[in-house]
Ligand binder design. Structure first.
Ligand code: PLP
Length: 415
């Protein structure tokens, strides 16, 4: 395996941090892996892997049901994890934290439950043109069911929300606004505090898709005054299969259950069922117990490093990547927002993104190519897809240099 020099990071000891991640030490095609697909999923630190192993080897048991020792231990650890999540995003109450399968599941829960209760024919749901499919399709489905209309805040050529259009779209018909904090395909950071303030001034609640934000920026749901905030465990160094819906108590209490089954009930007869209190009303069936507990471990890990230090390191790295990529002739950025985080999308000459992805892959550089589950964004730019490099705090400047070399090589081969 050839050794690559790691340029020391000015903010965090990245070289040391990288040792926490076994997969970052695992070669691909005999060369060190350059993992730049963090917006799709992040790699997992050793403590997270150990936490999973510990759960299944030491206290695997079902939660909230058993009086026996193991069940009590599992329940305690699971509820402790809920507490950690509440602390991590500064929720007022632990029961405002609902364990779900991930961002997609969290948004489906709100769209379905909120929609059934609050959407009437003629009402509107307002999303944006840069949403991931998981913040489009659930709303389309419930709008169709309820006779409501889906409205879309447009974007400009830089891939930023057109806020003057948002002001106009924010009419009395809108019952909920659902927008992403950070775009997964463009890297745009949206002005969500402004969006929430304006929506609230009009008496409208806001759901924030935090899938690309939770791992990059500090989140304080109380300061933001978000009504709902959704994210996935696997994008913040935790496991797949678990995610979070934060919802304000007053909304969650008003909303009907999303799914029926065990745990979400107080009393069942064939004549009538009464529902459990928050958060259990929205947690039917055996949850991903291990996933919840291990997500708590992942959040501990992030907190230990510090999300503010992570943000600083990533901002510097992204600026470096942006500068280096800007110098490549015939490379154009797709989305060039003033405020960006996480991902950089681009195309080079007329090279198809898939071909670029394949050539980079053979150099052990993992990037994403395609529409990134944001087809309307691709339609807006009239392109089939992009090449997306997405960063985590464990990425280095030397990895960016390798990406640049890889792109130059692909250019020599294909242009
Ligand atoms: N929203 C955004 C902005 C995303 O980037 C993603 C995943 O990439 C999702 C939602 C869906 O997340 P998940 O597939 O973990 O449910």
């Amino acid at each position: 395996m050839t050794k690559r020099a790691v340029i020391p990071d000015p903010v965090l000891d990245i070289e040391q941090i990288r040792k926490d991640f076994p997969l970052l030490q695992t070669p691909v095609y005999g060369k060190p892996l350059v993992y730049l697909d963090n917006a799709a999923t992040t790699q997992k630190p050793q403590v997270v892997l150990e936490s999973l192993y510990n759960y299944y080897t030491r206290y695997n048991s079902n939660v909230h049901r058993g009086v026996h020792f193991l069940s009590q231990q599992a329940t305690e650890a699971y509820e402790q994890a809920r507490k950690k999540v509440a602390g991590f995003i500064n929720a007022r109450h632990e029961h405002e934290i609902i364990f779900t399968k991930g961002t997609t599941n969290s948004i489906n829960l709100v769209a379905s439950s909120f929609g059934k209760k609050f959407l009437q024919p003629g009402d509107e749901v307002l999303i944006s043109a840069m949403e991931h499919h998981s913040n489009i399709v659930p709303w389309q489905m419930i709008c169709e069911e309820r006779g409501a209309a889906l409205k879309v805040i447009p974007i400009n050529e830089q891939g930023e929300l057109r806020m003057e259009a948002f002001d106009e779209l924010l009419t009395g018909k809108v019952k909920i606004v659902a927008v992403t904090y950070i775009s997964n395909s463009l890297g745009t950071v949206n002005p969500i505090a402004e969006i929430i303030n304006k929506a609230h001034a009009a008496g409208i609640p806001v759901l924030i898709d935090g899938a690309q934000a939770i791992q990059h920026v500090p989140i304080d749901v109380r300061e933001l005054d978000a009504d709902f905030f959704a994210f996935s465990g696997h994008k913040i160094y935790g496991p797949t299969g678990v995610g979070i819906l934060y919802g304000k108590e007053e909304w969650l209490n008003e909303m009907p259950p999303y799914e029926g089954g065990g745990d979400m009930i107080k009393n069942v007869t064939f004549a009538k069922t009464t529902y459990n209190e928050l958060p259990f009303k929205f947690e039917a069936g055996t949850p991903d117990i291990a996933g919840g507990i291990v997500l708590g471990t992942a959040l501990d890990y992030v907190q230990q490093i510090g999300i503010t230090a992570i943000r600083r390191a990533e901002e510097e790295l992204i600026q470096y990547a942006y500068n280096r990529l800007s110098a490549i002739s015939s490379l154009r950025f797709i989305g060039d927002a003033g405020h960006r985080s996480g991902a950089i999308s681009f195309l080079v000459g007329d090279i198809h993104p898939f071909d670029m992805g394949e050539i980079l892959d053979k150099q052990s550089i993992a990037v994403r190519t395609g529409h990134h589950c944001t087809q309307p964004v691709m339609d807006f730019f009239n392109i089939p897809g992009t090449v997306r490099a997405s960063f985590a705090f464990y990425n280095t400047r030397s990895e960016v240099d390798l990406l640049v070399e890889g792109i130059e090589k692909a250019k020599r081969m294909l242009m």
